[in-house]
Design a protein around this ligand. Structure first.
Ligand SMILES: [Zn+2]
Length: 220
């Protein structure tokens, strides 16, 4: 399972990665994230659903190669107040990629998107050394709620139920704006947005750790 591997891989890295935002105060916040886009078929649909739900803002962890092909989708997301974040240039697994290539991919994606504040390792697979080095210049963001939308053996309804069973204040929720995930996302996302509203949750953008933005340390 992708989820448990992620947690094994980051054992001892609690300070370098963010899986959930510590919740303070009375407001119940959640943080919606979409990986692997932008995608011509599904990204505009996601943006529309977020707008219909009252202008919900989300973080889109874009793959640089997809972003290069669709600057118009990047503009759409930016215009609607969403955050563009780094999901590497070519969606490499950190476990199967040399340190140098991994960092190069991170930097290439950043060139495509412009300076970003958050990075999500593809597949949640990142080595301890990669995470330590990257954490000096970006906030590495994993998740605590997995929609399971990538899993073709599941239904949209199953994804929705697993979302609502896992959600708690401060949760970082993982979806994918990809064609593979679309059949489940199309059911689960609108239902989940409705459920969040009914249960007093406010979807928000992941806070930025501004201390990272000034760090220009060379990676490669
Ligand atoms: Zn991904």
């Amino acid at each position: 399972m992708q989820f448990s591997q992620t947690h094994l891989s980051v054992t001892g890295l609690k300070k370098s990665v963010l899986c959930r935002v510590s919740s303070k105060g009375k407001q119940k916040k959640v943080y919606l994230t979409f990986n692997d886009g932008p995608n011509q078929q599904i990204t505009p649909w996601v943006a529309e659903k977020l707008k219909e739900a009252g202008g919900v803002k989300a973080t889109f962890f874009c793959v640089g190669e997809n972003a290069e092909k669709h600057p118009e989708l990047l503009n759409l997301l930016k215009e609607e107040g969403h955050e563009l974040a780094n999901h590497s240039q070519g969606h490499e697994s950190g476990w199967a990629t040399s340190q140098k290539s991994y960092f190069r991919s991170f930097l290439e994606c950043e060139n495509t998107l412009g300076k970003t504040s958050h990075f999500r390792p593809p597949y949640g697979r990142i080595t301890r050394n990669q995470a330590k080095a990257l954490a000096t210049r970006t906030q590495i963001v994993l998740w605590d709620v997995e929609s399971g939308d990538y899993d073709t053996s599941r239904s949209g309804k199953q994804c929705f139920h697993s979302l609502i069973n896992q959600t708690q204040p401060g949760s970082i929720v993982q979806f994918r704006d990809s064609e593979r995930s679309a059949p489940r996302l199309i059911y689960a996302l609108p239902e989940y947005l409705k459920w969040l509203k009914e249960n007093g949750y406010t979807p928000s953008l992941i806070p930025k750790d501004t201390s990272k933005n000034n760090n220009q340390k060379n990676l490669v």
